[in-house]
Design a protein around this ligand. Structure first.
Ligand code: NAP
Length: 261
């Protein structure tokens, strides 16, 4: 008899239900998936997660892994090796998805030497984002389907080196939002919540153009006619070296997010 694996019926463990892990649980919950087991060490936070998502929770990574078909590792990179060592003997032939930056598939496979290991890089909006993923040496094509089920249909397979670039986009979600707050704080008259809604609609407009293939330079040109405020402001930012600083930030972050061998 052939047993067909259906991800919809599978039990998915989220080891390290913190900021991103909780968002992954939420994305699964929103799509109707209920067989989820969440772990972290803080029992009060675990109880909150249990109540919010009516999901099983435990502080025991081994128990959660044993009961699951798919394991999502959402702990910080510096905790990853320890958690891998802890669960190594119960992950045989299971799909293990690491969300950690700066730890390579080869490093994880060296510990989980009988598991199907892959890496996914996404951001806090999970299914609304386009995740990037890389399959490890033992993964199957069905595993890509599991990744798309959890992280959204638009998830894209990339070479492992490109995952560090995707990490920057996850970081920038917070920086863009923060930069907008500084700008709203400098507006003298508009109510801040009103300004946020206006920004939100404008971001949706920009997003639509990006999705259609327009570049940021083209959007800028459409806004910044000769002698426009936008054009002059762009020149003053350029003169102040703001864009170079930003590019330097990107390069340093990407370098830090690359696995060290
Ligand atoms: N946040 C993002 O937007 C984002 C984006 C892309 C990638 N990532 C990646 O996602 C991973 C998690 O990042 P995060 O921002 O979500 O970090 P986080 O909020 O600190 O979440 C990690 C969680 O792991 C738990 N934890 C620590 N030790 C554990 C253990 N031994 N067993 C089980 N759980 C344990 C911690 O909770 P307790 O203290 O209760 O144990 C913590 O809540 C990182 O590898 C990061 O590179 C995050």
């Amino acid at each position: 008899m052939v047993i067909v694996f259906r991800v919809e019926d599978s039990t998915i463990a989220i080891l390290g239900a913190g900021s991103l892990g909780t968002r992954v649980i939420d994305a699964l919950y929103q799509r109707g998936h209920r067989n989820i087991i969440a772990t972290r060490t803080n029992r009060e936070r675990l109880e909150e997660i249990r109540q919010q998502f009516r999901t099983e929770t435990t502080a025991n990574n081994v128990d959660a892994t044993e009961k699951s078909d798919v394991v999502v590792m959402a702990v910080k990179p510096y905790r990853l090796e320890d958690v891998c060592q802890e669960i190594a003997y119960v992950t045989r032939e299971k799909l293990v998805i690491s969300l950690a930056a700066a730890r390579s598939i080869a490093q994880i496979e060296a510990i989980l030497n009988a598991s199907r290991v892959c890496r996914v890089m996404t951001g806090i909006f999970v299914a609304d984002e386009i995740a990037a993923y890389t399959l490890g040496s033992r993964c199957t094509t069905e595993d890509a389907g599991v990744i798309r089920y959890i992280f959204g249909d638009r998830a894209k397979e990339v070479k492992e080196d490109a995952l560090a670039d995707r990490t920057w986009i996850a970081c920038d979600t917070g920086l863009i939002a923060k930069a907008i707050e500084y700008q709203i704080a400098a507006l003298p008259e508009l109510q801040h919540d009103e300004a946020r809604r206006m920004y939100g609609a404008t971001l949706e407009g920009i997003a639509k153009q990006f999705q259609r293939g327009m570049t940021g330079h083209e959007i800028f040109s459409a806004v910044a006619g000769p002698g426009s405020f936008t054009g002059k402001l762009h020149e003053s930012l350029q003169d102040a070296g703001v864009y170079e600083k930003l590019m330097d930030c990107v390069k340093r972050t990407v370098e830090a997010c690359k696995p060290k061998t």
